[in-house]
Design a protein around this ligand. Structure first.
Ligand code: ADE
Length: 230
């Protein structure tokens, strides 16, 4: 998969060099390219924002550098999927991550939270699929941290990026429930024992216990994930 990231803070993405994603990049499973939006400005101050029409607080990102940036990163590609992280977008979930992991080319456009000139999204829709996606109901200073989270959630679903694919199946949000609790050795630690069922060797009983734990914690922590009959 190819991922282009357009930002005014390319240094945010230096951490992509490390860990799982660093290895995926090194082995060629992932081709990530980070671009500085200011490279598509043409004035001495490399201006990317301006005051909003109609008045109001804050600055709005100018359409011209974004238009040139999108033209450049989409060039030669059929129809990339362009993601603009935004608190005004649809909520990004594991299902969204699954959808995006099937795409060949993703473009992340990181704006500041006052926003990108709305016409940019309309123009981008001529080049490919456009998704405005929110990490959750809170406001960050810009799209960079959100893009980073989305890149990690998507990239780990690409076959080969995570070493043991079984670990992807059993985690939170894959079956609509939160993950069951996990334990490792020692079986007694600071007076706290591992639930005896996990030491029983009875796989059927372990599976049933884990399922019960998933339902219990989902009901307690995230009732919004359950239907009215659960
Ligand atoms: N930019 C600012 N806040 C954001 C959020 N909650 N999700 C995605 N992008 C954002």
């Amino acid at each position: 998969m190819r991922i282009d990231i357009v930002t005014i803070f390319p240094a945010f993405f230096d951490v992509l060099e490390v860990s799982l994603l660093g290895r995926a990049r090194a082995t060629g499973l992932l081709d990530v390219r980070v671009h500085d939006l200011r490279d598509w400005t043409h004035d001495r101050h490399r201006t990317v924002d301006d005051t909003p029409y109609g008045g109001g607080a804050g600055m709005v990102m100018k359409p011209e550098p974004w238009g040139e940036a999108l033209d450049a990163v989409a060039a030669g590609d059929a129809r990339p999927t362009m993601v603009f992280p935004s608190p005004a977008g649809e909520v990004f979930t594991q299902a969204t991550a699954r959808q995006l992991s099937t795409r060949e080319h993703l473009v992340f456009g990181c704006g500041r939270y006052e926003g990108i000139d709305e016409r940019v999204f309309d123009y981008a829709a001529e080049l490919g699929e456009v998704r405005l996606l929110s990490l959750g109901d809170y406001v960050l200073n810009g799209g960079e941290v959100a893009a980073m989270a989305m890149v990690e959630a998507v990239a780990r679903l690409i076959p080969g990026v995570v070493g043991n694919p079984d670990s992807l199946v059993e985690e939170s949000h894959e079956d609509g429930l939160l993950e069951y609790p996990s334990y490792t050795k020692p079986s007694l630690w600071r007076d706290r024992a591992v639930p005896p069922i996990l030491l029983s060797g009875n796989h059927g009983a372990v599976d049933a216990w884990r399922r019960g734990q998933q339902e219990e914690r989902t009901r307690a922590r995230r009732p919004d994930l359950l239907g009215p009959d659960d």
